[in-house]
Design a binder for this molecule. Structure first.
Ligand code: ADP
Length: 809
């Protein structure tokens, strides 16, 4: 099959990663892979120039192979390695047309090495455009002709809802275009019968995250990173001068960026299109809220306005006006910051490398399986599951949101957003606003102990902040237990306040202090402290130790009545080794720290052309960070504790590196990364592996190593970890409240908490699930401190496939 990929509409980080994944997965599936430059405009313009033969042919001594490569019919990975226009697509100036050489050629063959390293680049390296001509039937007819001329019968499109609508329309009209072209004598009988059906699959590239039926669009996480970085910077100056900042962010019909930035960065007030202020006097509502925050001592104010924000009569709410209101009514020194295009750009964050890669692979599978009877699919994601949804259904639902807003039916607009959007909005209200009235009556209120356990992880503080704010809103008393169970025994406990946790969303490490001490250190004394401080509920935030601690406390219920209270564990660990949950807080921060470090290392490795860099990661006995990090950085090999290391494997790996470096074009070898988890093997250590590569590499490649160690704990937590922390933490609080209320029905002296009231909150595929700790232990490998099931095994397979190892060895 001849498969082409194009990027269209507004650019977003991660689009280049889509192209890389589609080209590589396409080649691995036996497709001939093509790139369409400049979106649909390139399709319409097509090729007026003849294909230039690839310049690099040295490895192809076999004349037949050379001929295949020359004529664009490379059959396997080796022949595809540098096939295509190679460096023609990039010249370092961002000029994809590359001056003379690509002029007149918009549909070009792309080989394996043409797309190497593309996930680390912002925007789209193959260009994007808004094409007026493609909107016309004549334009689309020309596009069909240009594709048939090159023999292409499958298209992967990455763009927004406009681009995907265009794609679906193009596919539905295709049969009539083919007939027209044939009757006009432009295509042959053979072409007519061969190109009766166009296979199309869509991927959503949009920084607004405005597409329905998918949790995230490619580019949105990076845009959120840029916004949160800006807010973190603004916060310090705002606090210094006690200023108010009004920040305008992108989002015409979708308030996702404004909402998630509000949750992740802790704004005072937000304006989004789907939920305008409930009253006409929103100025009063906003000023009252901010005034209350100021009265409790807050020195800075942050209001986030989505570009498309309006009041309930659809009158736009502009950042400048909000600033004037704050200045005039509250006397605040107020400034406006409009982020604009800064949000589009920059290096993609880890998720904007992983998501497009996995979705690109799925797109190739979907395109191969497409028949005239299947609908055009859009590749989406639901929590941690890559999905296929009918493209037009998603587009129609997306349009329905805009229509509902235009018709002032805001309840409908909100109902069409996914449940996570609603939860986030609810979460924003709970964690950002200060409420005058307590929600619960006196007898239902709890004293909630919050404790961090194990190593620090990004998001621990954000989760604590959300829990504290929830408690204060409901009327509960949030109690910080400092320094884990050790601190509990030392009575290091104090009440947390609304203002005290205000800046915690962006703080890394653990504000409460944390260590690995388990309650078994002195279970009786721990129970005594529970009783003495009158805890009604307990929230543990941490990794495997926290799970273990919860298990010990639950078991302790048979001995100590003080443990008959609801208890939750919110997983937070960079190793992501808590059983049954696919994500722990901190794992995204850690992945981003790994990606940042590896980008820098790879640059250095590439500068010396032929260097293999072995990077050692933390992660204990769990290979999650190493594996996902390898996928996000395009590492050639990855070693995990789950799989271990042996001589046969190493022999094959050395063979692979030799073949791969041997196939590199002269002077164009790249630095390559190998990621090794610190516990992958006791014998084949990182330094031994490095020495072995150096010796075996001979004149082909050299080797060095770097150990990332505690760098992986990350500095500032990522927006994804902060937002997830708030969402999960609020669910934990609701869980504690619910179980506490059931317990209230029992007589105080003989209260007996059921096993399910000691549970862990988990993310499983596309859902949040509560798992009683007694159940979780069945899925835990207590010796190796990890879950028994590993969901990322298939990711490791893809790391090796995308580096070419599976095919070349
Ligand atoms: P986005 O894909 O980001 O929503 P646009 O709405 O501008 O961006 O669409 C990008 C391109 O997709 C347009 O320039 C046009 O070429 C094509 N396109 C959009 N809508 C249609 C349509 N209804 N019919 C045909 N082509 C369309």
């Amino acid at each position: 099959m001849k498969l082409a990929v194009l990027t269209s509409g507004g650019d977003s980080a991660g689009m280049s990663a889509v192209v890389r994944a589609v080209v590589k997965a396409g080649i691995l599936s036996g497709c001939e892979t093509w790139i369409v430059r400049e979106g649909y405009e390139g399709l319409v313009r097509g090729n007026t120039d003849t294909q230039i033969p690839p310049t690099i042919e040295e490895p192809f001594a076999d004349p037949a192979a050379r001929q295949r490569v020359r004529s664009g019919k490379a059959t396997n990975l080796v022949e595809n390695l540098r096939f295509g226009d190679g460096d023609l697509l990039r010249d370092g100036t961002g000029d994809h047309a590359r001056g003379r050489t690509l002029k007149g050629r918009y549909i070009v063959r792309a080989g394996w090495d043409d797309v190497r390293g593309w996930f680390a680049e912002g925007g789209t390296l193959i260009g994007t455009a808004r094409s007026k001509t493609f909107r016309t039937p004549a334009g689309r007819l020309a596009a069909a002709y240009n594709l048939i001329k090159e023999g292409i019968d499958a298209l992967v499109v990455c763009g927004g809802d406009g681009s995907l609508t265009g794609a679906d329309l193009f596919r539905s009209e295709w049969p009539s275009f083919v007939t027209t072209l044939h009757s006009e004598g432009k295509i042959t009988d053979e072409q007519l019968s061969k190109h009766g059906h166009l296979r199309i699959v869509g991927l959503v590239g949009s920084i607004d995250n405005d597409m329905s039926l998918t949790d995230l669009t490619i580019g949105a996480p990076t845009a959120l990173h840029r916004i949160c970085e800006a807010i973190d910077n603004i916060n310090s100056t705002a606090a210094s001068h006690s200023r108010a900042f009004v920040l305008e962010v992108m989002g015409r019909h979708c308030g996702w960026l404004a909402l998630l930035a509000g949750v992740s960065a802790g704004a005072d007030f937000i304006f989004i299109p789907e939920r305008p202020p409930q009253t006409d006097s929103w100025e009063d509502e906003m000023c009252d809220a901010i005034q209350m925050h100021r009265e409790v001592g807050k020195r800075k104010t942050l209001v986030i306005v989505a570009e498309g924000a309006h009041d309930s009569n659809l009158k736009p709410i502009r950042a400048d006006y909000v600033r004037d209101v704050l200045t005039e009514r509250l006397g605040l020194d107020s400034r406006v910051t409009t982020l604009g295009h800064i949000q589009r750009g920059g290096r993609p964050c880890a998720y904007d490398r992983i998501l497009p890669t996995l979705q690109g692979i799925e797109a190739v599978k979907a395109v191969l399986e497409a028949t005239p009877d299947t609908p055009s699919y859009m590749i989406g994601v639901s929590e941690n599951k890559i999905t296929r949804v009918p493209l037009m259904e998603a587009v129609a639902m997306t349009r329905a949101v805009a229509d509902a807003i235009a018709a002032k039916d805001f309840a409908k607009a909100m109902s069409l957003r996914d449940p996570e959007f609603l939860q986030s909005l609810d979460g924003f209200m709970t964690t950002s606003l200060l409420y005058k009235e307590k929600m619960l009556s006196e007898e239902k209120r709890m004293r909630v102990a919050i404790m961090h356990i194990g190593a620090p992880a990004g998001g621990m503080n954000a989760a604590t902040r959300a829990a504290v704010r929830y408690c204060i809103k409901q009327g509960h008393t949030p109690l910080a237990v400092h320094n884990g169970f050790k601190g509990l025994l030392d009575d290091a406990i104090h009440e947390l306040s609304w203002l005290g946790v205000d800046g915690w969303t962006s703080r890394g490490g653990s504000e409460l202090g944390t260590n690995r001490t388990l309650p078994s250190v002195d279970l009786g004394a721990v129970a005594a402290r529970f009783q003495q401080h009158n805890f009604h509920a307990l929230m543990l935030i941490g990794g495997f130790e926290a799970f273990n601690a919860l298990l010990i406390l639950e078991n302790g219920r048979s001995l100590y009545p003080a443990f008959h209270i609801p208890m939750v564990h919110l997983p937070a660990t960079i190793s992501n080794n808590v059983p049954m949950t696919e994500f722990s807080l901190g794992s995204d921060t850690s992945l981003n720290a790994l990606v940042d470090a590896c980008d820098a290392i790879k640059q250095s490795a590439s500068a010396s052309r032929n260097r293999v860099f072995v990077v050692e990661t933390q992660g204990g006995q769990c290979g999650y960070i190493a594996t996902m990090g390898a996928l996000a950085t395009g590492a050639s090999l990855v070693y995990t504790p789950e799989q271990g290391m042996d001589l046969d494997m190493l022999r094959a790996d050395v063979k692979f590196l030799k073949i791969r470096y041997g196939l590199d074009a002269k002077g164009k070898s790249e630095g390559r990364l190998v990621i090794r988890n610190e516990c992958a093997s006791k014998v084949y250590t990182t330094s031994m592996l490095t020495d072995m590569f150096r010796v075996e590499g001979g004149g082909l490649f050299d080797s060095r190593y770097a150990s990332l160690g505690h760098i992986l704990q990350g500095g500032v937590p990522t927006p994804m970890d902060r937002a997830r922390a708030a969402r999960l933490s609020l669910r934990c609080m609701a869980f504690l409240e619910e179980h506490h209320q059931s317990l209230l029905a029992q007589p105080l002296k003989s209260r007996c908490a059921p096993p399910e009231s000691a549970a862990v909150i988990t993310i499983q595929r596309s859902a949040l699930k509560w798992v009683p700790v007694t159940e979780m232990v069945k899925h835990a490998d207590m010796k190796n401190r990890r879950g028994k099931e590993v969901w990322w095994e298939s990711v490791k397979v893809w790391v090796e496939a995308l580096s070419g190892r599976s095919e070349l060895v």
